[in-house]
Design a protein around this ligand. Structure first.
Ligand code: NAP
Length: 288
């Protein structure tokens, strides 16, 4: 049996069509949903992520604005410019593209953005909702975790009672995802570099989400073929200039039930979920 490929393309298409309709409905009321990305410096990876966000924004008919700041911007000037964006009623969603320059790292970046415009879902008031057990996907929750839930829902995966191993405990993926999965009644193991016997946990899992950042780390020896495990590969690594996940797809394809591709899996789900958050944020702001 060869693993089913859980491609993002049909999910993105479905969500995109819904967002185009909602964006048009807002425009007929005189409101163009508008996203602003704050970018500091010229990190090549950041420039490429920003281009993807811009393209998807424009594809649904929303407005995109880039607030490009120099590497040597002072923290005072940076704070002032972010606050101006918070106060600007024609901007509905703001993100600060990471990484920022060294002198800005001491700032509490997630909490600088108005929580109503925090489409990355990193503000304390937004992440707090995860702790209180929410399943409400219209809230501004972190995009990669929410995108993974959207993808699993699209492919009809019921999370209730499932044993799920999430590998990686970052603030942007592993931690919020483990909480969101638990809110959807899964039993979650949050693994990391100090986890002993990772293989044994994975062999018992119905679903494995890998957010490690090490190319081809998981091979067939990690999986129990009778479990038909669903593998969600968050990893974005490059080998010889080629994007690749944490999972060795060739090696595992005959021992797992389904897997997301890299590229074409979690990455596009993250981008479309950011744009979905922009539309939810705009709809809520105009309701007041
Ligand atoms: P991160 O901050 O890079 O941290 C990596 C995590 O993996 C840490 O929690 C670390 O454990 C754990 N880890 C490292 N080696 C391990 C091992 N051998 N066994 C088990 N756990 C191990 O995490 P991140 O920011 O979430 O990024 C992870 C990957 O996902 C990267 O490749 C990143 O580019 C990608 N990513 C993709 C998307 C997307 O949209 N597709 C979005 C975000 C991130 P410790 O905590 O113990 O150090």
């Amino acid at each position: 049996m060869t693993a089913k490929i859980l491609s993002a393309a049909p999910v993105v298409e479905k969500i995109k069509n819904n967002l185009i309709e909602r964006c048009n409905a807002l425009k007929t009321r005189g409101i163009t949903p508008s996203m602003c990305v704050v970018l500091v410096g010229n990190n090549p990876a950041s420039l490429s992520y920003v281009r993807n966000k811009k393209r998807m924004c424009e594809e649904i008919g929303a407005h995109f604005q880039l607030e490009h700041m120099p590497d040597d911007i002072s923290s005072e000037e940076f704070l002032k410019r972010v606050e101006d964006l918070n106060l600007n009623p024609s901007i509905h969603g703001i993100i600060i593209q990471l990484p920022v320059s060294e002198n800005l790292k001491k700032l509490n970046l997630p909490n600088l953005i108005d929580p109503a415009k925090d489409i990355d879902g990193f503000h304390g008031l937004n992440t707090q909702k995860l702790y209180s057990g929410t399943k409400d996907l219209s809230l501004l929750l972190p995009c990669t975790p929410k995108g993974i839930i959207n993808l699993l829902h699209f492919y009809g995966v019921d999370l209730k009672g499932k044993t799920i191993v999430v590998i990686g405990r970052s603030l942007i993926v592993g931690k919020p995802l483990s909480m969101l999965l638990s809110n959807f009644d899964a039993t979650v193991v949050l693994a990391h570099s100090q986890t002993k016997d990772l293989k044994q946990f994975i062999k018992q899992a119905d679903i494995v989400v890998s957010a490690i950042g090490k190319a081809h780390y998981l091979d067939e020896s990690y999986f129990n073929p009778i479990k038909n495990t669903i593998v969600i590969d968050v990893g974005m690594n490059t080998i010889d200039g080629k994007l690749t996940g944490d999972v060795d797809q060739k090696s595992i394809k005959d021992v797992v039930g389904a897997m997301t591709p890299v590229p074409g899996g979690v990455g596009p789900m993250t981008v479309i979920t950011l744009i979905e958050n922009l539309i939810f944020a705009t709809e809520k702001q105009i309701k007041g």
